[in-house]
Design a protein around this ligand. Sequence first.
Ligand SMILES: CC(C)(COP(=O)(O)OP(=O)(O)OC[C@H]1O[C@@H](n2cnc3c(N)ncnc32)[C@H](O)[C@@H]1OP(=O)(O)O)[C@@H](O)C(=O)NCCC(=O)NCCS
Length: 180
Amino acid sequence: MRSRPAARVTLEQPTRKREAEFLERVQASQRLHHPWLKAPSTREQFRDLVVRARGERHATFFVCTVAASELVGVINVNEIVRGLFQSAYLGYYAFEPFSRSGYMSEGLALVLDQAFGSLGLHRLEANVQPGNLPSIRLVSGLGFRREGHSPRYLKIAGRWRDHERWAILADHWPKKRRGR
Ligand SMILES: CC(C)(COP(=O)(O)OP(=O)(O)OC[C@H]1O[C@@H](n2cnc3c(N)ncnc32)[C@H](O)[C@@H]1OP(=O)(O)O)[C@@H](O)C(=O)NCCC(=O)NCCS
């Protein structure tokens, strides 16, 4: 069984200690995020994120480098529904100057380990606008499958936008990764 190369990133629970760094990175990443999302950009919004991350229905992970402990991106597991569903919705964004470094692919793999391990989920869904190639490549590269097209699915920047529905099931996430 082949093991993963040494981890370059680790996951961290959001806390106030990253506030200044987070807000700086959001400012530096506006061109990367536009027009796909608007990350929290005020102290109040950041503090809301920290509080929300402690709730039962959400899990937020800061993706940080192992070498220098720099914040390179954020991954949200949103709206966790238990019972017969055991499913949740993914949201994520990278920060400059770290985009296209492979860190988000590594970070998302670690989140999938947790989602299908300790969080006990059965399914994760990511809804992506058809033109968002980096996002589509991120999820498809990790084994998400395109399940369909949802017209006028989410209101982003004031307009209802079509999205592609990508999802991955626990059964399709390699056991060798979950068992690490
Ligand atoms: C989507 C996003 C998180 C990807 O972050 P990243 O740092 O580029 O991630 P990685 O370096 O791990 O790369 C993931 C894949 O995207 C590809 N990619 C990244 N940027 C790309 C670009 N501009 N054009 C084409 N492919 C790109 C990478 O090559 C890689 O694919 P590969 O493994 O097949 O080579 C980042 O682009 C981002 O923050 N976008 C804005 C926010 C957003 O769209 N969030 C998702 C909403 S659904």
